[in-house]
Design a protein around this ligand. Sequence first.
Ligand code: THU
Length: 130
Amino acid sequence: MAELREAASAAMRRAYAPYSGFRVGAALLGTDGVIYTGCNVENSSFPAGICAERNALVAAVNAGRLEFAHLVIVAGSDSPVPPCGLCRQALVEFAPELPITSVGARGMTETWSLAELLPAPFTGDSLRRG
Ligand code: THU
């Protein structure tokens, strides 16, 4: 957990967030024990920006890792932030029960299961239902 938190903090320091000023870092632990990180990267065309969590996820998948054990998020707000709805949907594709820990600026920590945050996900099964 300490290593994941440090990795997420380091990623947060790399955030590109000139529009919101809200910096986020994420560290995703693969079942191989490797940590994949991401930060939020904003854009002058706002919808082109990407969250820290999905950045970490795409980095992991691009490295060939599809199974995950834990996600740690660090953000600049006092209270711990849960991942946004888009990121929940992106993550559920790979790890429906993923434990997610979020750490606020003053160290306050909260942990959820992704199943708790996204109780009725749209999945590949949803596509195949007749
Ligand atoms: N953001 C994240 O990176 N992760 C979240 O879970 C919520 C929001 C980013 C997106 C945007 O760059 C900034 O925070 C403000 O919404």
